[in-house]
Design a protein around this ligand. Structure first.
Ligand SMILES: O=c1ccn([C@H]2C[C@H](O)[C@@H](CO)O2)c(=O)[nH]1
Ligand SMILES: [Zn+2]
Length: 137
């Protein structure tokens, strides 16, 4: 199913929520604080930030934090992500990593992803960011 386009107001709401939550990130190692906020088909907003660890590889990105919160809120089987915004606290270039792209793809192959690249605000579908994403479903 094709997901309806987001209104300008919904985009701003997501970007603002992502920016707010980025200030809560636990990033003492990289000092790169990231926030993500997503909107579900049910109309709920969930947010998450990156959480680093002394054992560096355990770090979880903001995008996956937000998705984990959404699964806890709505149940994984029913979760559909309309859009997810990702932002660094200083609005620096910040593009979802491969792991997060696959994580988003799991819950909505046509989700819209908003993020700031070096060229400014970008809007791409997850299918554009992750062609041939893996899935059983
Ligand atoms: O899209 C991104 C890119 C990076 N990070 C985090 C992971 C790590 O804590 C820090 C530096 O890579 O930023 C995210 O949360 N999301
Ligand atoms: Zn990531």
């Amino acid at each position: 199913m094709t997901i309806a386009r987001l209104s300008q107001q919904e985009k701003l709401q997501l970007l603002n929520a992502a920016e707010r939550v980025s200030t809560k990130a636990y990033a003492p190692f990289s000092h790169f604080q990231v926030g993500a906020a997503l909107l579900t088909e049910k109309g709920n907003l969930y947010a998450g930030c990156n959480v680093e660890n002394s054992s560096y590889g355990l770090t979880i990105c903001a995008e996956r934090s937000a998705i984990v919160a959404a699964v806890a809120g709505e149940g994984g089987d029913k979760l559909k992500i309309r859009a997810i915004a990702v932002i660094n606290a200083r609005k620096q270039h910040c593009v979802p990593c491969g792991a997060c792209r696959q994580f988003i793809y799991e819950f909505s192959p046509d989700a819209l992803v908003l993020f700031y690249s070096r060229d400014g605000l970008q809007e791409k579908t997850i299918a554009e960011l992750l062609p041939y994403g893996f899935g059983f479903l």
